[in-house]
Design a protein around this ligand. Structure first.
Ligand code: PMP
Length: 382
């Protein structure tokens, strides 16, 4: 496994801060909002109701039913609660799926650049990550001919991530359908990471892989859309044929997700889908948050362009911009540390996301506009 370079940047930033330096953090991939007060009330209620015990290993039935309602409302797909497995964040769900699918030496196809942990989860399961190049030209999403060229009899799984980290770009429905066709023909399972759904701008709508096939894994969670990173709550939706083996793995490896966090998740979905005055207030908060992310996104794109960073494909989801910095550097890691040491702005080197991220930087706009303005003023002086 390779180190998570963004953590190296963050740790260095913390040492500077300990010496009294003011660092603007554009490296971190987590929302700046706290858990919503309505959800906090649900957490307190859960303690009062003594919900501090193990749950079913697949999670509270009420929460799993709520996930089914969410997928029905947002994508029109029918999912039964037996297919929903609740986990402590979506990360353990990635591990469970790969444990089910992969034998030693099998291939797991991932985009380069792409979310770095996919590769490392594959390695943790003794499988081999295999890169498929993506670039600005195809919106950092897969091109069918590159997928076709990469697929082999050993390709057990392929990760698709839309909106994708690091570029915030979406896969279009046609390319998802094409991917389903190619993977079905090859016996490869699609692993669709939908963690950034709910954070999409420009009037765009993300599509779930379940609109096109039931023979896929979906990963989703509460960290990004519902500002619950530290509560550690996520889930997977699995094909029916794997439910028994998933249960055995979950029972042995994790037992179940946190019971209190599960009540928080249930409240968040109920509020997101509800029609009470409280639910409408929550929905207004969620919409205002997206509008704020969108304003930051546009601010960041404008300022990056003023400074001569090239963003060929506009991000339309998540809270990241993946900018081409090759006008200034051929070495993203050195550049990130130079920017941190001299301008006191934390950014993520593109190489964190694979070799094809060389020369790129990822900037997160999960930070308010006044701090973004400060960061860009510093970068302009740099
Ligand atoms: N997928 C992607 C693409 C991510 O960026 C992250 C978090 N950085 C995760 C999954 C994992 O999130 P969590 O475990 O908090 O649900």
């Amino acid at each position: 496994m390779t180190p998570f370079l963004v953590m190296d940047v963050l740790e260095k930033a913390k040492t500077l801060e300990a010496k009294g330096v003011d660092v603007v953090h554009l490296e971190i991939g987590e929302p700046d909002s706290d858990v919503h007060p309505f959800v906090v009330s649900a957490i307190k209620r859960a303690y009062d109701e003594h919900r501090t015990h193990y749950t079913d290993s697949f999670g509270d039935l009420e929460l799993r039913e709520a996930v089914c309602r969410l997928y029905k409302t947002e994508y029109g797909v029918e999912v039964t609660p037996d297919r929903v497995l609740v986990t402590s964040g979506s990360s353990p769900a990635l591990l469970l799926a790969l444990q089910v699918l992969c034998d030693v030496g099998d291939e797991v196809l991932v985009s380069n650049p792409g979310y770095p942990c996919y590769r490392d989860f594959a390695l943790a399961c003794h499988a081999m990550p295999k890169d498929i190049p993506v670039s600005a030209e195809n919106g950092f999403q897969f091109d069918a001919k590159d997928v076709a060229a990469a697929l082999s009899p050993k390709s057990k799984a392929i990760f698709v991530n839309s909106p994708m980290n690091p570029a915030g770009t979406l896969a279009d429905p046609e390319s998802l359908k094409e991917l389903v066709k190619l993977c079905d023909a090859n016996g490869t399972t699609i692993l669709s990471d939908e963690i950034y759904h709910g954070l999409v701008y420009n009037g765009k709508k993300p599509h779930s892989i379940l609109e096109y096939t039931d023979n896929a894994y979906v990963f989703n969670g509460f960290s990004k859309r519902f500002d619950m990173t530290g509560l550690r709550l996520g889930y997977l939706i699995a094909p029916k044929k794997h439910l028994r083996v998933l249960r055995i793995l979950q029972q042995n490896l994790f037992i179940c997700a946190g019971s209190i966090a599960q009540r928080a998740g249930l409240e968040a979905i109920n509020l997101q889908l509800g029609s009470s005055a409280k639910a409408r207030e929550f929905q207004r908060f969620q919409s205002a948050k997206c509008a704020e992310y969108d304003a930051r996104r546009r601010f960041m794109l404008d300022r990056l362009s003023d400074l001569g960073f090239d963003v060929k494909v506009e991000p339309e989801g998540a809270f990241y911009v993946f900018a081409d910095a090759r006008r200034y550097t051929q070495d993203s890691l050195k550049f990130a540390f130079d920017v941190l040491n001299r301008a006191h702005v934390g950014i993520t080197p593109g190489t964190d996301f694979g070799s094809r991220g060389q020369g790129f930087i990822r900037l997160s706009y999960a930070t308010g506009i006044p701090r973004l303005r400060e960061a860009f003023n510093r970068l302009a002086e740099f």
